[in-house]
Design a protein around this ligand. Structure first.
Ligand SMILES: Cc1cc2nc3c(=O)[nH]c(=O)nc-3n(C[C@H](O)[C@H](O)[C@H](O)COP(=O)(O)OP(=O)(O)OC[C@H]3O[C@@H](n4cnc5c(N)ncnc54)[C@H](O)[C@@H]3O)c2cc1C
Length: 390
Protein backbone atom coordinates (compact mmCIF):
# COMPACT_ATOMS: atom_id res chain seq x y z
CA UNK A 1 0.00 0.00 0.00
CA UNK A 2 1.20 3.54 -0.77
CA UNK A 3 0.34 6.41 1.56
CA UNK A 4 -0.21 9.91 0.23
CA UNK A 5 2.02 11.18 3.03
CA UNK A 6 4.22 9.87 5.80
CA UNK A 7 4.76 12.39 8.58
CA UNK A 8 7.72 11.93 10.90
CA UNK A 9 6.83 13.49 14.26
CA UNK A 10 3.42 13.78 15.93
CA UNK A 11 3.90 17.15 17.69
CA UNK A 12 1.73 20.19 16.81
CA UNK A 13 3.33 20.53 13.34
CA UNK A 14 2.90 16.88 12.37
CA UNK A 15 -0.59 16.40 13.80
CA UNK A 16 -1.90 19.61 12.17
CA UNK A 17 -0.44 18.67 8.80
CA UNK A 18 -1.99 15.20 9.15
CA UNK A 19 -5.41 16.61 10.01
CA UNK A 20 -5.48 18.87 6.97
CA UNK A 21 -4.43 16.00 4.71
CA UNK A 22 -6.77 13.40 6.22
CA UNK A 23 -9.72 15.78 5.99
CA UNK A 24 -8.86 16.33 2.34
CA UNK A 25 -9.17 12.58 1.75
CA UNK A 26 -5.46 11.72 1.84
CA UNK A 27 -4.14 8.53 3.39
CA UNK A 28 -1.66 9.62 6.07
CA UNK A 29 0.62 7.87 8.55
CA UNK A 30 2.31 9.61 11.48
CA UNK A 31 5.43 7.98 12.89
CA UNK A 32 6.63 9.10 16.31
CA UNK A 33 9.27 7.54 18.51
CA UNK A 34 7.25 8.36 21.64
CA UNK A 35 4.08 6.86 23.04
CA UNK A 36 1.49 9.61 23.63
CA UNK A 37 0.74 11.37 25.87
CA UNK A 38 4.43 12.21 26.06
CA UNK A 39 6.39 14.87 27.93
CA UNK A 40 7.63 17.73 25.79
CA UNK A 41 9.73 20.44 27.44
CA UNK A 42 7.63 23.57 27.04
CA UNK A 43 6.21 26.49 29.01
CA UNK A 44 2.84 25.80 27.39
CA UNK A 45 2.22 29.44 26.46
CA UNK A 46 -0.04 29.94 23.45
CA UNK A 47 -1.22 33.18 21.85
CA UNK A 48 -4.53 34.21 20.26
CA UNK A 49 -3.84 33.38 16.58
CA UNK A 50 -3.47 29.71 17.44
CA UNK A 51 -7.20 29.13 17.87
CA UNK A 52 -7.98 29.97 14.24
CA UNK A 53 -5.00 27.96 13.08
CA UNK A 54 -6.29 24.95 15.05
CA UNK A 55 -9.92 25.60 14.04
CA UNK A 56 -10.79 25.24 17.67
CA UNK A 57 -12.53 27.53 20.16
CA UNK A 58 -10.94 27.77 23.63
CA UNK A 59 -14.19 26.51 25.23
CA UNK A 60 -13.99 23.31 23.12
CA UNK A 61 -10.46 22.42 24.20
CA UNK A 62 -10.81 19.53 26.65
CA UNK A 63 -7.46 19.89 28.45
CA UNK A 64 -6.35 22.28 31.19
CA UNK A 65 -6.45 25.87 29.94
CA UNK A 66 -5.36 29.00 31.80
CA UNK A 67 -6.39 32.30 30.23
CA UNK A 68 -4.50 35.35 31.52
CA UNK A 69 -4.94 39.07 31.04
CA UNK A 70 -2.00 40.38 33.04
CA UNK A 71 1.67 39.67 32.56
CA UNK A 72 4.07 40.35 35.45
CA UNK A 73 7.32 41.60 33.95
CA UNK A 74 10.51 42.19 35.95
CA UNK A 75 13.27 44.15 34.28
CA UNK A 76 16.16 46.19 35.62
CA UNK A 77 15.03 45.65 39.23
CA UNK A 78 11.45 46.86 38.62
CA UNK A 79 8.30 44.75 38.57
CA UNK A 80 5.31 45.73 36.46
CA UNK A 81 1.86 44.20 36.06
CA UNK A 82 1.06 44.84 32.38
CA UNK A 83 -2.27 44.21 30.63
CA UNK A 84 -1.72 41.52 28.03
CA UNK A 85 -3.60 38.43 26.92
CA UNK A 86 -2.86 34.78 26.29
CA UNK A 87 -3.30 31.23 27.48
CA UNK A 88 -1.31 28.39 28.99
CA UNK A 89 -1.84 24.70 28.38
CA UNK A 90 0.01 21.57 29.45
CA UNK A 91 1.91 20.20 26.50
CA UNK A 92 1.38 16.53 27.22
CA UNK A 93 -2.37 17.17 27.05
CA UNK A 94 -2.43 19.48 24.01
CA UNK A 95 -0.20 17.30 21.83
CA UNK A 96 -2.12 14.14 22.71
CA UNK A 97 -5.43 15.85 21.90
CA UNK A 98 -4.16 17.16 18.55
CA UNK A 99 -2.67 13.81 17.59
CA UNK A 100 -5.79 11.79 18.44
CA UNK A 101 -8.06 14.12 16.43
CA UNK A 102 -5.74 14.20 13.41
CA UNK A 103 -7.40 11.26 11.66
CA UNK A 104 -4.01 9.83 10.68
CA UNK A 105 -2.89 6.25 11.09
CA UNK A 106 -0.60 6.36 14.13
CA UNK A 107 2.66 4.42 14.39
CA UNK A 108 3.78 5.37 17.88
CA UNK A 109 6.93 4.02 19.49
CA UNK A 110 8.56 4.04 16.04
CA UNK A 111 11.93 5.81 16.06
CA UNK A 112 12.85 6.76 12.51
CA UNK A 113 16.56 6.28 11.87
CA UNK A 114 16.67 6.91 8.14
CA UNK A 115 14.52 7.85 5.19
CA UNK A 116 15.10 6.66 1.63
CA UNK A 117 13.77 7.92 -1.69
CA UNK A 118 13.38 5.97 -4.89
CA UNK A 119 15.24 7.51 -7.86
CA UNK A 120 13.61 10.40 -9.75
CA UNK A 121 12.44 13.84 -8.66
CA UNK A 122 9.12 12.59 -7.35
CA UNK A 123 10.27 9.09 -6.37
CA UNK A 124 8.34 7.55 -3.48
CA UNK A 125 9.74 7.65 0.06
CA UNK A 126 10.30 4.61 2.25
CA UNK A 127 10.34 5.11 6.00
CA UNK A 128 10.32 2.30 8.57
CA UNK A 129 8.94 -0.10 5.95
CA UNK A 130 6.11 2.24 4.80
CA UNK A 131 5.95 3.85 1.33
CA UNK A 132 4.49 7.25 0.46
CA UNK A 133 4.24 9.85 -2.30
CA UNK A 134 5.15 12.68 0.09
CA UNK A 135 7.32 12.89 3.15
CA UNK A 136 6.83 15.51 5.86
CA UNK A 137 9.56 16.17 8.42
CA UNK A 138 7.95 17.32 11.67
CA UNK A 139 10.31 15.65 14.12
CA UNK A 140 11.51 18.78 15.92
CA UNK A 141 15.06 20.12 16.16
CA UNK A 142 16.73 16.75 15.51
CA UNK A 143 14.26 15.57 12.90
CA UNK A 144 15.77 12.76 10.80
CA UNK A 145 14.13 14.20 7.65
CA UNK A 146 15.69 17.62 8.28
CA UNK A 147 19.06 15.92 8.72
CA UNK A 148 18.79 14.77 5.09
CA UNK A 149 17.00 17.78 3.57
CA UNK A 150 17.61 21.02 5.47
CA UNK A 151 20.35 23.28 4.14
CA UNK A 152 22.93 24.56 6.63
CA UNK A 153 21.31 27.07 8.97
CA UNK A 154 22.86 30.57 9.01
CA UNK A 155 23.00 30.74 12.83
CA UNK A 156 22.80 28.45 15.82
CA UNK A 157 19.80 27.50 17.98
CA UNK A 158 18.59 29.13 21.20
CA UNK A 159 19.05 27.26 24.48
CA UNK A 160 16.17 26.62 26.87
CA UNK A 161 15.90 24.96 30.31
CA UNK A 162 12.63 24.22 32.00
CA UNK A 163 10.77 22.10 34.49
CA UNK A 164 7.03 21.62 35.01
CA UNK A 165 6.02 19.84 38.17
CA UNK A 166 3.07 19.23 40.45
CA UNK A 167 2.94 21.15 43.72
CA UNK A 168 0.48 21.98 46.47
CA UNK A 169 -2.13 24.37 44.95
CA UNK A 170 -2.51 26.35 48.18
CA UNK A 171 1.25 26.89 48.40
CA UNK A 172 1.36 28.00 44.73
CA UNK A 173 -1.57 30.38 45.28
CA UNK A 174 0.23 31.92 48.27
CA UNK A 175 3.45 32.60 46.35
CA UNK A 176 2.44 33.47 42.77
CA UNK A 177 2.89 37.02 41.47
CA UNK A 178 -0.76 37.49 40.45
CA UNK A 179 -3.76 35.31 39.66
CA UNK A 180 -3.70 31.69 38.64
CA UNK A 181 -2.21 31.32 35.15
CA UNK A 182 -0.69 34.81 35.06
CA UNK A 183 2.93 34.52 33.93
CA UNK A 184 5.81 36.15 35.71
CA UNK A 185 8.56 37.04 33.24
CA UNK A 186 12.07 37.97 34.24
CA UNK A 187 13.76 39.74 31.33
CA UNK A 188 17.51 39.20 31.47
CA UNK A 189 19.40 42.46 31.94
CA UNK A 190 21.25 42.13 28.63
CA UNK A 191 17.99 41.16 26.84
CA UNK A 192 19.68 38.04 25.47
CA UNK A 193 16.92 35.93 26.98
CA UNK A 194 14.19 35.72 29.59
CA UNK A 195 12.99 33.43 32.34
CA UNK A 196 9.47 32.58 33.43
CA UNK A 197 7.49 31.29 36.36
CA UNK A 198 3.98 30.16 35.49
CA UNK A 199 1.44 28.91 38.04
CA UNK A 200 -1.03 26.40 36.59
CA UNK A 201 -3.20 25.71 39.66
CA UNK A 202 -1.46 22.60 41.01
CA UNK A 203 1.53 22.78 38.65
CA UNK A 204 4.42 25.18 38.34
CA UNK A 205 6.39 25.74 35.17
CA UNK A 206 9.73 27.50 35.63
CA UNK A 207 12.34 28.00 32.92
CA UNK A 208 14.89 30.16 31.12
CA UNK A 209 15.83 30.71 27.51
CA UNK A 210 18.86 32.44 26.03
CA UNK A 211 20.07 33.38 22.56
CA UNK A 212 23.23 31.29 23.06
CA UNK A 213 22.73 27.76 24.40
CA UNK A 214 25.94 28.00 26.48
CA UNK A 215 24.49 30.97 28.41
CA UNK A 216 21.37 29.19 29.55
CA UNK A 217 22.76 27.40 32.62
CA UNK A 218 24.05 30.60 34.22
CA UNK A 219 20.82 32.41 33.33
CA UNK A 220 18.81 29.61 34.90
CA UNK A 221 20.84 29.80 38.13
CA UNK A 222 20.20 33.56 38.36
CA UNK A 223 16.49 33.13 37.59
CA UNK A 224 16.11 30.35 40.12
CA UNK A 225 17.72 32.51 42.78
CA UNK A 226 15.51 35.46 41.81
CA UNK A 227 12.22 33.53 41.91
CA UNK A 228 13.16 31.76 45.13
CA UNK A 229 14.34 34.88 46.97
CA UNK A 230 11.28 36.84 45.78
CA UNK A 231 9.20 34.13 47.46
CA UNK A 232 7.53 33.19 44.16
CA UNK A 233 8.32 29.48 44.42
CA UNK A 234 6.86 27.60 47.39
CA UNK A 235 9.83 26.74 49.67
CA UNK A 236 8.80 23.08 49.81
CA UNK A 237 8.81 22.94 45.98
CA UNK A 238 12.16 24.69 45.49
CA UNK A 239 14.15 21.43 45.46
CA UNK A 240 12.03 20.19 42.55
CA UNK A 241 13.79 22.76 40.36
CA UNK A 242 16.90 20.54 40.46
CA UNK A 243 15.17 18.37 37.84
CA UNK A 244 15.35 21.07 35.16
CA UNK A 245 16.16 19.80 31.65
CA UNK A 246 17.45 21.56 28.56
CA UNK A 247 16.77 21.61 24.85
CA UNK A 248 17.67 23.79 21.84
CA UNK A 249 15.65 24.96 18.85
CA UNK A 250 15.93 27.38 15.95
CA UNK A 251 14.33 30.78 15.61
CA UNK A 252 12.76 31.97 12.36
CA UNK A 253 15.18 33.00 9.64
CA UNK A 254 14.02 33.78 6.06
CA UNK A 255 16.77 31.43 4.84
CA UNK A 256 15.04 28.53 6.62
CA UNK A 257 11.90 29.09 4.56
CA UNK A 258 13.94 28.78 1.35
CA UNK A 259 14.75 25.19 2.40
CA UNK A 260 11.19 24.21 3.35
CA UNK A 261 10.62 21.86 0.41
CA UNK A 262 12.71 19.64 -1.77
CA UNK A 263 10.76 17.79 -4.45
CA UNK A 264 8.01 15.92 -2.63
CA UNK A 265 9.49 16.30 0.87
CA UNK A 266 8.55 19.17 3.19
CA UNK A 267 9.74 20.38 6.60
CA UNK A 268 7.59 22.10 9.19
CA UNK A 269 7.72 23.31 12.80
CA UNK A 270 10.99 23.05 14.69
CA UNK A 271 12.46 20.76 12.04
CA UNK A 272 12.50 23.83 9.76
CA UNK A 273 13.25 26.44 12.46
CA UNK A 274 10.35 28.88 12.63
CA UNK A 275 10.02 30.10 16.22
CA UNK A 276 9.25 33.81 16.72
CA UNK A 277 12.60 35.66 16.43
CA UNK A 278 12.31 37.48 19.79
CA UNK A 279 9.94 35.56 22.07
CA UNK A 280 10.80 32.08 20.67
CA UNK A 281 7.10 31.16 20.55
CA UNK A 282 7.17 27.85 18.68
CA UNK A 283 3.77 26.11 18.93
CA UNK A 284 1.95 28.65 16.75
CA UNK A 285 4.41 28.54 13.82
CA UNK A 286 4.52 24.74 14.13
CA UNK A 287 0.73 24.55 13.73
CA UNK A 288 0.66 27.15 10.94
CA UNK A 289 3.43 25.50 8.95
CA UNK A 290 1.79 22.09 9.40
CA UNK A 291 -1.42 23.50 7.94
CA UNK A 292 0.30 25.20 5.03
CA UNK A 293 2.37 22.11 4.21
CA UNK A 294 -0.77 19.98 4.18
CA UNK A 295 -2.62 22.48 1.98
CA UNK A 296 0.28 22.62 -0.50
CA UNK A 297 0.31 18.81 -0.78
CA UNK A 298 -3.47 18.65 -1.20
CA UNK A 299 -3.26 21.28 -3.94
CA UNK A 300 -0.84 18.97 -5.78
CA UNK A 301 1.79 21.71 -5.51
CA UNK A 302 4.27 20.99 -2.69
CA UNK A 303 6.63 23.49 -4.31
CA UNK A 304 4.14 26.25 -3.38
CA UNK A 305 4.75 25.63 0.33
CA UNK A 306 7.58 28.20 0.91
CA UNK A 307 5.50 30.87 -0.88
CA UNK A 308 2.49 30.02 1.28
CA UNK A 309 4.68 30.36 4.39
CA UNK A 310 6.06 33.74 3.31
CA UNK A 311 2.59 35.06 2.46
CA UNK A 312 0.99 34.11 5.77
CA UNK A 313 0.42 37.28 7.87
CA UNK A 314 1.95 35.77 11.03
CA UNK A 315 5.06 34.57 9.21
CA UNK A 316 5.30 37.90 7.36
CA UNK A 317 5.37 39.57 10.78
CA UNK A 318 8.10 37.15 11.90
CA UNK A 319 10.13 38.22 8.85
CA UNK A 320 9.69 41.86 9.89
CA UNK A 321 10.71 41.14 13.49
CA UNK A 322 13.74 39.27 12.15
CA UNK A 323 14.71 42.27 10.00
CA UNK A 324 14.22 44.66 12.93
CA UNK A 325 16.38 42.46 15.16
CA UNK A 326 19.15 42.32 12.55
CA UNK A 327 19.02 46.08 11.89
CA UNK A 328 19.12 46.81 15.64
CA UNK A 329 22.14 44.53 16.05
CA UNK A 330 23.94 46.35 13.23
CA UNK A 331 23.12 49.78 14.65
CA UNK A 332 24.11 48.77 18.17
CA UNK A 333 27.43 47.32 17.02
CA UNK A 334 29.36 44.82 19.13
CA UNK A 335 27.78 46.04 22.40
CA UNK A 336 28.82 44.15 25.50
CA UNK A 337 26.46 45.89 27.91
CA UNK A 338 25.06 43.47 30.44
CA UNK A 339 22.89 45.91 32.35
CA UNK A 340 19.42 47.28 31.70
CA UNK A 341 19.16 50.87 30.39
CA UNK A 342 19.51 53.60 33.03
CA UNK A 343 16.43 55.45 31.79
CA UNK A 344 13.24 54.37 33.54
CA UNK A 345 11.27 55.24 30.40
CA UNK A 346 13.43 52.90 28.32
CA UNK A 347 13.02 50.06 30.86
CA UNK A 348 9.27 50.62 30.87
CA UNK A 349 9.16 50.55 27.07
CA UNK A 350 11.11 47.29 26.98
CA UNK A 351 8.84 45.64 29.57
CA UNK A 352 5.64 46.80 27.81
CA UNK A 353 6.91 45.88 24.38
CA UNK A 354 7.74 42.41 25.58
CA UNK A 355 4.36 41.90 27.23
CA UNK A 356 2.72 43.03 24.01
CA UNK A 357 4.74 40.56 21.95
CA UNK A 358 3.98 37.83 24.46
CA UNK A 359 0.29 38.28 23.63
CA UNK A 360 1.04 37.34 20.01
CA UNK A 361 -0.29 40.70 18.78
CA UNK A 362 0.12 41.47 15.09
CA UNK A 363 2.39 44.34 14.07
CA UNK A 364 0.32 47.45 13.28
CA UNK A 365 0.47 49.17 9.86
CA UNK A 366 2.71 46.65 8.06
CA UNK A 367 3.48 49.03 5.16
CA UNK A 368 4.65 51.70 7.55
CA UNK A 369 6.73 49.12 9.43
CA UNK A 370 8.26 47.98 6.12
CA UNK A 371 9.17 51.57 5.24
CA UNK A 372 10.70 52.09 8.69
CA UNK A 373 12.67 48.87 8.38
CA UNK A 374 14.00 49.83 4.96
CA UNK A 375 15.17 53.15 6.43
CA UNK A 376 16.78 51.45 9.45
CA UNK A 377 18.54 48.94 7.19
CA UNK A 378 19.79 51.70 4.92
CA UNK A 379 21.07 53.67 7.91
CA UNK A 380 22.71 50.59 9.46
CA UNK A 381 24.46 49.79 6.17
CA UNK A 382 25.68 53.41 5.95
CA UNK A 383 27.05 53.30 9.47
CA UNK A 384 28.84 50.05 8.67
CA UNK A 385 30.47 51.58 5.60
CA UNK A 386 31.59 54.56 7.72
CA UNK A 387 33.07 52.33 10.43
CA UNK A 388 34.95 50.15 7.97
CA UNK A 389 36.29 53.26 6.12
CA UNK A 390 37.58 54.94 9.30
C1 LIG B 1 11.96 24.44 27.34
C2 LIG B 1 11.11 24.91 26.21
C3 LIG B 1 10.02 25.73 26.45
C4 LIG B 1 9.20 26.15 25.40
N1 LIG B 1 8.12 26.89 25.69
C5 LIG B 1 7.29 27.26 24.69
C6 LIG B 1 6.08 27.95 24.99
O1 LIG B 1 5.76 28.20 26.16
N2 LIG B 1 5.28 28.32 23.95
C7 LIG B 1 5.61 28.04 22.64
O2 LIG B 1 4.86 28.42 21.74
N3 LIG B 1 6.73 27.35 22.35
C8 LIG B 1 7.56 26.94 23.33
N4 LIG B 1 8.66 26.20 23.03
C9 LIG B 1 8.89 25.81 21.63
C10 LIG B 1 7.94 24.68 21.23
O3 LIG B 1 7.97 23.68 22.21
C11 LIG B 1 8.32 24.08 19.88
O4 LIG B 1 8.58 25.12 18.96
C12 LIG B 1 7.23 23.17 19.35
O5 LIG B 1 7.09 22.05 20.18
C13 LIG B 1 7.52 22.71 17.93
O6 LIG B 1 6.57 21.74 17.56
P1 LIG B 1 6.95 20.59 16.51
O7 LIG B 1 5.69 19.86 16.22
O8 LIG B 1 7.70 21.18 15.39
O9 LIG B 1 8.00 19.65 17.26
P2 LIG B 1 7.85 18.81 18.59
O10 LIG B 1 6.75 19.31 19.43
O11 LIG B 1 9.21 18.73 19.17
O12 LIG B 1 7.44 17.37 18.08
C14 LIG B 1 8.35 16.58 17.39
C15 LIG B 1 7.95 15.12 17.54
O13 LIG B 1 8.83 14.33 16.73
C16 LIG B 1 9.16 13.15 17.41
N5 LIG B 1 10.45 12.68 16.91
C17 LIG B 1 11.65 13.28 17.03
N6 LIG B 1 12.62 12.53 16.45
C18 LIG B 1 11.99 11.44 15.96
C19 LIG B 1 12.45 10.28 15.26
N7 LIG B 1 13.74 10.12 14.95
N8 LIG B 1 11.55 9.33 14.91
C20 LIG B 1 10.23 9.49 15.22
N9 LIG B 1 9.75 10.56 15.90
C21 LIG B 1 10.61 11.53 16.24
C22 LIG B 1 9.20 13.56 18.88
O14 LIG B 1 8.96 12.44 19.73
C23 LIG B 1 8.08 14.60 18.96
O15 LIG B 1 6.86 14.02 19.38
C24 LIG B 1 9.50 25.77 24.06
C25 LIG B 1 10.61 24.96 23.81
C26 LIG B 1 11.40 24.53 24.86
C27 LIG B 1 12.57 23.65 24.56
Amino acid sequence: MIYDAIIVGGGPAGSTCARVLARGGARVAILDRAQFPRVKLCGGWISAPIWDALELAPRDYPGGLWEWRTCHVSYGGEERAIPSHGWFIRRFELDDFLLRRSGAELHLGTAVQEVAREPGDDGHWTVAGLRARHLVGAGGTHCPVARVLAPKRPSGPVGVQEHEFAADPAAIAATRAGRDGEPELLLHEDLRGYSWNVPKTDWLNVGSGTVEPHEVRAAWQRARQYFTEAGHVPPEAAAALDAVKGHAYYLFDPAHVDGAVRGNALLCGDSLGLAQPLTAEGILPAVLSGRLAGEAILAGAPESYPGRLRAHPVMADYARVFRAREAAALLRGPSTSTVAPRSRLARRAVARGFAWMFSGARLPAPRLVDAGLALAEWWAARQRVRVSAS
